[in-house]
Design a protein around this ligand. Sequence first.
Ligand code: HEC
Ligand code: HEC
Length: 199
Amino acid sequence: MTNRGRTLVGLAGLALILAIAAPASTGPKDPGYAKAFSCSACHGWDGASRADTVPVLAGMPAWYLKKAIQDYASGKRPAAEMEPYAKMVLELGVDDVANYFARQPKPAPLAADPAAVERGRVAAAPCAVCHGTTGKGDPAKGVPDLTGQPAGYLRNQMLLFKADKRSPGEPTLSAVKALMKTIPDAQYADLAAYFASQR
Ligand code: HEC
Ligand code: HEC
């Protein structure tokens, strides 16, 4: 077999492996599939992150993914891991990537301590006005869905708000940041456990 022949057979084999490994995906025909490929390294296959500190992208509404990408790319939301990828996504076409992840099924929530979830449910009363009682969010007000996000990620973002390190100085977030400062540090993990456990 020629070298070229071997390469072609190798590529066909790789495509087959990728097709088999991705049962839930809309597959390689989706215009966002190839553009979203590099995200898997951190966010898991098809955005179904199983890592406690990396957010789930599967099932994320497109409007919010696009906003987050814009914020990372512009440096408004400083994050060393995301800035280069956000800039790359804007070059590749953020609509395709956002629509791709919006179509993927959300993974089941990671296991959580039921006592922490219950304490978090009670503590979440002041969040409901914007995020809704179960954390589903409100696209009309630019409020994201918190349900099913890994607890470690949610807690980190709350701490970033508290320290004014996420979108520093952003006037529309001043109420959220003021609220975070009133929450005792010990309660952050409970709130995160509650929203992480919701679907
Ligand atoms: C090197 C690891 C890494 C790679 C690769 C990566 N991400 Fe991320 N991503 C992260 C981390 C870590 C965060 C949380 C950062 C923070 O603190 O805001 C994040 C956050 C995000 C968020 C914000 C989610 C939210 O709920 O606000 C979006 C959207 C996102 N990434 C999209 C992408 C896309 C699309 C790609 C592929 C083009 C990608 N990421 C590639 C590590 C990565
Ligand atoms: C005044 C409305 C408001 C209230 C009250 C509020 N939030 Fe939010 N929250 C927002 C908005 C708006 C964003 C999106 C910020 C952005 O686009 O960067 C957000 C984002 C978040 C995020 C980041 C989500 C992600 O995917 O990165 C977390 C975590 C969060 N809120 C938790 C809470 C918790 C817990 C409470 C209650 C203690 C709360 N919020 C109360 C408006 C609110």
